[in-house]
Design a protein around this ligand. Structure first.
Ligand code: HEC
Length: 190
């Protein structure tokens, strides 16, 4: 019993010092709350500010990267590596398509892009983002970024057969020594 008293910090038979002081502290906090402005209240978890509909966002919640993560990464992966099992192509050398006739148009016409529900501007932005980041280094120097008007024009002529269009581009690449598929390159992905 004596040992326990030492642990809780009060001699046996007398109430712990904290127990005596606690009511006074509580009264003090109650008084502080009464006079504090409603904007910020001290709670057990720290300062709590009531939610306000017109409060400014502290963190930017929309970005092109976020669009990629939400709309594309589920299939293509965060790094764009795709999936052999799911037959999702590797996009890390996507810029190679831009060297092919029809390749530029193809990139914004594939169903994952055109059927994504994104606006023309968003399709242009997310494709530009992929080329600038995930596929950086594979983009020809003379490449111009996509814009909304180009996406709108491409929408008017949808791809009828994506597999055939892709096969045609791969064949064109092979004939010109441009390896499009990761499997056709010397350092194949794992
Ligand atoms: C439901 C899975 C899925 C989603 C979501 C998806 N894709 Fe795809 N993507 C594919 C598949 C599968 C292919 C291969 C062509 C095909 O079958 O459509 C592909 C092909 C592509 C290609 C052509 C690359 C090549 O080598 O043929 C591009 C560019 C592309 N996607 C971009 C995107 C972007 C950008 C988004 C997000 C806006 C996106 N995809 C969302 C599955 C997806």
């Amino acid at each position: 019993m004596k040992g326990l008293a030492r642990i809780v910090g009060a001699p046996a038979g007398r109430p712990a010092a904290g127990a005596v002081r606690r009511p006074a502290l509580t009264a003090c906090l109650a008084a502080a709350w009464a006079i504090a402005p409603v904007a910020a209240q001290t709670t057990v978890l720290g300062k709590q500010v009531p939610a306000r509909p017109d409060a400014p966002a502290v963190v930017q919640t929309t970005s092109v990267r976020a669009t990629y993560i939400v709309r594309c990464a589920g299939c293509h992966g965060l790094d764009g590596a795709g999936s052999r099992v799911g037959q999702v192509p590797d996009m890390r050398q996507l810029g190679r398509f831009l060297q092919l006739e029809g390749g530029r148009e193809f990139l914004i016409k594939v169903p994952g892009v055109m059927g994504s529900g994104l606006s023309d501007r968003e399709v242009a932005e997310v494709t530009n983002w992929v080329l600038d980041t995930i596929a950086a280094g594979s983009v020809p120097a003379e490449h111009r970024p996509y814009d909304a008007a180009e996406v709108a024009r491409a929408r008017a002529h949808p791809l009828v057969d994506v597999a055939a269009a892709r096969a045609g581009l791969l064949a064109q690449g092979r004939a010109r020594g441009i390896a499009i598929d990761a499997e056709e390159r010397p350092a194949a992905r794992p």
